[in-house]
Write a protein that binds this ligand. Structure first.
Ligand code: NCD
Ligand code: ZN
Length: 347
């Protein structure tokens, strides 16, 4: 049995830390283990212009512990009226790592997202020209579509035509959640890459709904079947270059998670790299951990991998139940809080 592993420092290509006191409480949990992370722009109001992005990056840097070498990466929230010149300026100045497409109302804070797919084609045209990445929340929001089919329908109805029209545009399908999605990404690599969360590889919809409704397993894209879970796990642990790490750690105040209409999103940052390591170890795939966590992502983004390393050991610890937040949000419950985690970051 392998009890210790050292890999190049990982990056989190899909992370929510919010803003203000919530960011101050949550960002250090990612900075402790990751070299870089893409901070998702779905704030209220969203990070939608160069001015917004510059200010958000400053606020993020101010939340880091002294001496931290963590780099926050910023993306631009795509709207029907996004200005391609602003996007290009943000990219060329090294601020925007990419542009994030949220179909309007697909998930938390996406009300201002794209409503008319044709309207944003002029932004894609520019991005294709300058080599900028498009990050996609791939779910169809047509109310006629069953929530479990949103990803599959989006791929067919929206993403496939988009990729055909812009063959030079590199795309990341975020938080992949289905076997159909896994097959689609493989068929469309290397133009398409995809992030996979730890929880989509751990739980299925029976875990979420079969023995009482579990709000702390509720996220978008919704957790799907056992066959989907297995396919995602096989994809990530294959080490194939089109799949890489994106936790989608998404803190919500406890009161919002447990409301009559509960918020979608799971907070995993305090145990994220440990959880991925456990998944790869349990499947006998630790030899692929570094590719998934630290190499495939930078390669898809056209960036160099981190130079430093981290080491994890099999050394059980108890996952904290909550992270306290100064101010009205008060507390965020942690995914699997109170349970034992076998792997620990030791250096
Ligand atoms: C995310 C959030 O809370 O911002 N929620 C989620 O369920 N994953 C948004 C997202 O990535 O969809
Ligand atoms: Zn997300």
């Amino acid at each position: 049995m392998i009890n210790s592993i050292t890999i190049r420092k990982p990056d989190d290509w899909h992370l929510h830390v919010r803003d203000g006191q919530m960011m101050a409480a949550t960002l250090p949990h990612t900075a402790r283990a990751f070299g870089r992370a893409i901070l998702m722009p779905n704030l209220v109001p969203p990070v939608a212009t160069v001015a917004d992005g510059l200010a958000y990056r400053e606020r993020a840097l101010a939340c880091l512990p002294k001496g931290s070498d963590f780099t926050p990466l910023i993306t631009c929230y795509l709207r029907d009226d996004t200005d391609p010149d602003d996007v290009e300026e943000g990219f060329k100045m090294g601020l925007f790592t990419g542009v994030k497409l949220y179909p309007a109302n697909a998930t938390t804070n996406s009300a201002l997202g794209v409503t008319d797919y044709e309207k944003v084609y002029r932004v894609y045209e520019r991005m294709e020209k300058i080599g900028m990445r498009l990050l996609v929340h791939g779910e169809e929001v047509d109310p006629a579509i069953d929530v479990f089919d949103r990803e599959a329908v989006f791929l067919d109805r929206r993403l496939a035509p988009m990729m055909k029209s812009f063959p030079g545009l590199k795309i990341i399908l975020e938080h992949l959640s289905s076997k159909i999605g896994v097959d689609f990404v493989r068929a469309n690599a290397p133009q398409l890459g995809s992030t996979i969360t730890p929880y989509h590889m751990e739980i299925n919809r029976t875990d979420m709904l079969g023995w009482g409704i579990k709000p702390y397993f509720y996220c978008m894209p919704i957790i799907k079947t056992e066959a989907d879970r297995v396919a995602l796990r096989e994809a990530a642990t294959s080490g194939d270059s089109c799949f890489f790490l994106g936790t989608d750690s998404a803190p919500h105040a406890m009161a919002k998670k447990l409301a009559v209409t509960g918020a979608a999103g799971l907070f995993t940052a305090p145990l994220a790299i440990e959880l991925y390591t456990k998944i790869f170890a349990d499947d006998g795939k630790l030899d692929k951990l570094e590719a998934f966590c630290s190499l495939n992502g930078p390669a898809h983004y056209g960036m160099a991998p981190n130079e430093t390393t981290i080491t994890l050991e099999r050394r059980p610890w108890t996952i904290p139940e909550q992270v306290l937040v100064d101010g009205p949000e008060e507390r965020v419950l942690v995914y699997r809080g109170g349970e034992t985690m076998e792997w620990q970051v030791v250096g």
